[in-house]
Ligand binder design. Structure first.
Ligand code: SF4
Ligand code: SF4
Length: 377
């Protein structure tokens, strides 16, 4: 009885190199919706951050005007913009088992984002982070204006990517060398209590040097894809390291893949998606741009490992490929729902248990906020 061998099996049986055969394309049966869904989540979180920013400005203004303006409660979500306070609180919590009193939301939010990264790759960067969203639309603007984005030379790319890990090591080093008591004392001191106001003042009173750096970063982001995220963001570096343990990854099925290379060309992180069977890299932000670009059914998945395949399966048998991936893929809807649920779940529990807000009296803030520039560490 004649047996049809899988091309790989035929090669290993010693029949010599198989002639390179163009693989049949089984077009995907449904259009990809991942990018429209991702955009929706991105803009929802961007809107949430704008709203938090406006509320925070009004809260600060109340104290700066010595109570003359309308009082608006401090939005605890602003703690998400204090990643170093988040790292400090995380260490304090891990070493003492106590939840922090000052900027507790920074601990909640860094935990949410680390958890998301550990299960869903660096999805925080491409689905939730407002800086990532702005960065993405800047390079898209650049592509529209100049019909292309520019590539950094191949030799320079790993050097630039390592900068964000150096920055992370610098900040993590400071936090790691401080004792839990010292961290607690730092955050309970006036500087720690109003570190959010100091951050706001940094941007409101931007020096010419600071403005030039910000403008240069924005300009570079127009020309080079995700310049800040890929090369300089220490928070993204932390999420990338956490994402290394994620069981869900971008995975390519070489039987279904037709080697067109569209996935690699679509990847904003410039990963060789078309040459690997799974993307382990800490640079993968789970943006699913590669999946959206792929024309072949089930060739590329954001998924758990596939089921064991049968070697005798003819490569051109799509039913076998479908079976391999059944219930393994994390589609964009599942991804969006998981991220939103983790976020709402953690924030909800923190709110209900009283570990979301910093409980400091208005009198104390009235004394500290108008003089924020005078407090230094
Ligand atoms: S491999 Fe795919 S999901 Fe990962 S960054 Fe590249 S395009 Fe995005
Ligand atoms: S886009 Fe990538 S995974 Fe999809 S068929 Fe082309 S090379 Fe293969």
């Amino acid at each position: 009885m004649a047996t049809t061998l899988h091309p790989a099996t035929a090669r290993s049986a010693g029949s010599g190199p198989a002639p390179r055969r163009r693989k049949p394309l089984f077009r995907r049966s449904a259009p990809d919706r991942s990018q429209s869904l991702r955009r929706t989540v991105q803009f929802a979180f961007l809107g949430l951050n704008v709203w938090i920013g406006i509320q925070f400005l009004m809260w600060v203004h109340y104290f700066e005007s010595h109570g003359a303006s309308r009082y608006v409660g401090r939005p605890a979500g602003v703690d998400g913009w204090l990643p170093i306070a988040g790292l400090m609180n995380l260490k304090y919590f891990l070493f003492t088992g106590h939840l922090p009193l000052i900027h507790p939301a920074s601990l909640v939010l860094i935990s949410v984002f680390l958890l998301a990264s550990m299960f869903l790759k660096k999805s925080f960067c491409s689905w939730l982070c407002p800086v990532g969203t702005v960065s993405e639309y800047l390079w898209k603007l650049g592509r529209r204006l100049f019909r292309r984005n520019f590539l950094v030379p191949r030799w320079l790319d790993p050097i630039l990517r390592s900068l964000k890990y150096l920055l992370l090591a610098f900040f993590a080093g400071i936090v790691l060398t401080m004792s839990a008591d010292a961290l607690n004392g730092f955050l309970l001191a006036p500087f720690g209590i109003i570190v959010d106001v100091k951050m706001l003042n940094f941007f409101r009173e931007l020096s010419i040097g600071g403005f030039a750096i910000l403008a240069a970063l924005m300009l570079l982001s127009v020309f080079i894809q995700n310049f800040w995220c890929r090369f300089l963001c220490p928070y993204g570096a932390l999420m990338g390291l956490a994402s290394l343990v994620s069981p869900v990854k971008i995975r390519r099925d070489s039987d279904a893949c037709i080697d067109c290379g569209k996935c690699a060309r679509a990847c904003p992180s410039h990963l060789p998606v078309d040459q690997l069977l799974q993307i382990r890299s800490a640079e993968c932000s789970a943006c699913m741009e590669c999946v959206a670009a792929c024309p072949a059914e089930n060739a590329l998945q954001f998924s758990l490992p596939p089921r064991a395949s049968q070697d005798e399966c003819p490569a051109e048998e799509p039913a076998q490929i479908v079976a391999r991936w059944r219930n393994r893929s994390i589609g964009p809807r599942t991804m969006a729902a998981a991220l939103v649920l983790i976020f709402i779940g953690f924030v909800g529990v923190a709110r209900l248990t009283g570990h979301w807000q910093t409980y400091i009296s208005r009198d104390v803030y009235m004394r500290l906020v108008p003089h924020a520039d005078e407090y230094n560490h």
